[in-house]
Every structure is written in structure tokens, then in C-alpha cells.
Ligand binder design. Sequence first.
Ligand code: SPD
Length: 273
Amino acid sequence: MELWFTERQTPNLSIGCRIDKTLIHERTEYQDLTIIDTLQYGRMLVLDGCVMTTEKDEFVYHEMISHVPLATHPNPKKVLVVGGGDGGVIREALRHPSVEKAVLAEIDGAVIRRSQEFLPTIAAGLKDPRAVLAVGDGVKHVKEHRGEYDVIVCDSTDPIGPAVGLFSKEFFTDAREALTPDGLFVAQSESPFLHGELIARVMKDLAAVFPVARLYWAVIPTYPGAMWTFALGSKKHDPATDFRRVEFPTKYYSPEIHRAAFVLPPFAAALVR
Ligand code: SPD
């Protein structure tokens, strides 16, 4: 018998993956957590029925959400990741030799534990002595840490339920206050094919809060719409033009990709005006 996982991405659109094996399916304190082996995309983490990451395409998302802000900051030492319990952003952030401390503010400790258990290649960085696990509310963490972080990465779930606050102007304002004078904030911001209104609102709010606000994109095959965006607010440096070359090997990110990621097709550019 064939078993299939289906994510209902919109009321009219689904993605389906054939399952080889179900490793865990449980209710945590916050959400439904499932980890499956799929035949096409390898091991996959699913939260509340939505694909969060897969072994085959995680590198695109984790490299792009991390290296664009970290290569823009001239000397990033302290990094905060809000959400991101699978550890993929922490793994990438810690590849920057200047980073002395990377704090993970993830509300659901079960996501961290299960990722360490079943997704060891993604969660690898969580064992690094520079990684600090702060299980708790990321919104509260940001409010309580003023002027502390060089880079804040918001690696949230989709903007429904508990993650809604992470897409608000109030959160962006708190993030700005939690940053050092030349700090950068980046948030995953969904697909222009399916979430144009959200992107337009997020970019308008970011532009009201930060002197520099930019949208960039990458292709993530397992995410709804596949063309995925990242909304970045910067206190000083323009990530589109003002960045360093990273000195370690990457699979998707490169200086050319960094530059190209800010080139938006007109239908997406229209969302940021
Ligand atoms: N629709 C999926 C959006 C998921 C964004 N966060 C993914 C977490 C990977 N570290």
C-alpha cells in the first residue's frame, strides 16, 4: 500500500509526498509534530500539517536566511534566532568565525529535541558551545534584550496561530531595539505567488521601522509557491550592495546569488513599492 503525506497549502492547492516511513507523530504542548521519511525529499519535519524543512532542500532556506544578513554585518558576534527549533539557522550562523554566541529562542522544546533525535545533520550546530538554547517565547526574549544582537533571524512557522505576532510592526520595532547600531533583522516572509498581501504589509511596516528595508528571494521546492521571500530590515548597511565574501563552502549561497536575490521580477517588485 502506498502512503502519502499531503500539505493543503491553500483551499485549492496541495503538495503530496510519498512516505517511506513515519518516524514520529505526536502532539507537543504547542502543535502537531510529525517527522517522516519521504521518497522524494528525504526526511521531513512537519508542524501542524505544514512542511518546515526537508533533508533535500533545507540548505537553500537555511543558507539564504542566514548568510545574507551575516555577510552584510561587518563583524557579527551575537546572533538571535527566533523559532528555528530544527537548528538549521544556528548551524549556518555558527559557520561565520566572528560569531561568538548564537541564541535560539524557540517556544517548543519538543521541536528542538525531536530535531536533534531525527534530523541530526540539520540540528548539528545546537551542540556547539557557542549555541545557547533559550526555550521560550521569542517575542518576549526580543522585548527583554535591548541593544544586544548584531543579527536577528526570525525563522518562524507560517503567519497563522502563534506565529502571527512575529509578522507585526510591534515585533519589528522590538527587534530594531534589540539590535546593535549596525544590526540587521530578517524574517521568512512566504511566497509572492500566494501571500502577496502579507509581503506588501510586512515590507511597508519594515520600511517604517528600519532605515533600510529589502526583500530577497530563493527557490524552495517544498514550500507553497516555491518562490520564497525574506524580508530584511537594516539599521545601516544595505544588504543588496554592501556585503562581504564568506570564506566557507556553501551549496546555494554565493556572492553572485546574494546580489541576484535582490533582483525582483516586476510582479514581486510591485509588492514593495
Ligand atoms: N511554509 C513553511 C514556512 C516555514 C518557514 N520556517 C521553516 C523552519 C526551517 N528552519
